[in-house]
Design a protein around this ligand. Structure first.
Ligand code: ATP
Length: 218
């Protein structure tokens, strides 16, 4: 298994008192598998993704990537795991505004020590970005920005891609095109994908679907 959650609990302290968001949740994702995560607003989908990315820690239970329990790693170990194994794609694109499209595309691959000019050129072409490489993110449409974000993530050849509502800011037709490109590239590189979506229609395009409710997977 590439990613496992075993009996994971996550609580937040809120102004109204403690809130249990994940309540003994377990799940597993195989290498190369694509999995859609749905759930009501506020059910804990982003919380789960943050735990999978090592951006936050569980209060109890274990989150493992490639057999390594990320809660047991020190900060530097978790950062290395994020850099080298995990790729993140967010609704808000999160491109680096001061870097060109070309430099954004290369950024994660360089950080991971896996920059490969031929692969980057191939990705740019596949994502229809080859004529935009010298532009800055603010000079792109939302769909173009998300294609850069996908290229930036896959440029580093992560084993695990975590996507949080990747087409949430795009219209349906643009979003469908972006998802198709992302799924093709994810499948081609053999990465696994955990994608949060509100859309049952998009969820149907992935290998498997899970639904988060009451802090657990149905
Ligand atoms: N840092 C925090 N402190 C306190 N409560 C939080 C914090 N982060 C999230 N929550 C609460 O935890 C619950 C789960 O939030 P989360 O963002 O994981 O849900 P979600 O399923 O991703 O929601 P949405 O679909 O609306 O994005 C919500 O009730 C939210 O208010």
């Amino acid at each position: 298994m590439l990613l496992t959650f075993t009996d994971v609990f996550k609580r937040y302290q809120t102004a109204e008192g403690p809130l249990t968001v994940l309540d003994g949740l377990s799940l597993s994702l195989d290498g190369g598998e694509t999995l859609a995560l749905t759930g009501e607003s506020g059910s804990g989908k982003s919380t789960l993704l943050h735990l999978a990315a090592g951006l936050d820690q569980a209060d109890a239970g274990a989150v493992r990537i490639d057999g390594v329990e990320i809660g047991a790693l020190k900060d530097t170990g978790r950062a290395a795991m994020r850099r080298e194994v995990v790729g993140l794609i967010f609704q808000q694109f999160n491109l680096i505004p001061s870097l060109t499209v070309g430099a954004n595309l290369a950024f994660h691959a360089r950080l991971a020590g896996r920059h490969d000019a031929a692969w980057q050129a191939d990705l740019a072409a596949r994502l229809g970005l080859e004529n935009l490489l010298n532009r800055y993110p603010e000079q792109l449409s939302g769909g173009q920005q998300q294609r850069v974000a996908i290229g930036r993530t896959l440029g580093a050849r992560p084993k695990l891609v975590l996507a949080d509502e990747p087409t949430g800011n795009l219209d349906e037709a643009t979003g469908d095109g972006v998802i198709a490109l992302m799924l093709n590239l994810v499948r081609e590189t053999g990465a696994a994908l955990l994608m949060v979506t509100h859309s049952q229609r998009l969820a149907e395009r992935l290998d498997r679907r899970i639904h988060l409710t009451g802090g657990r997977i149905l």
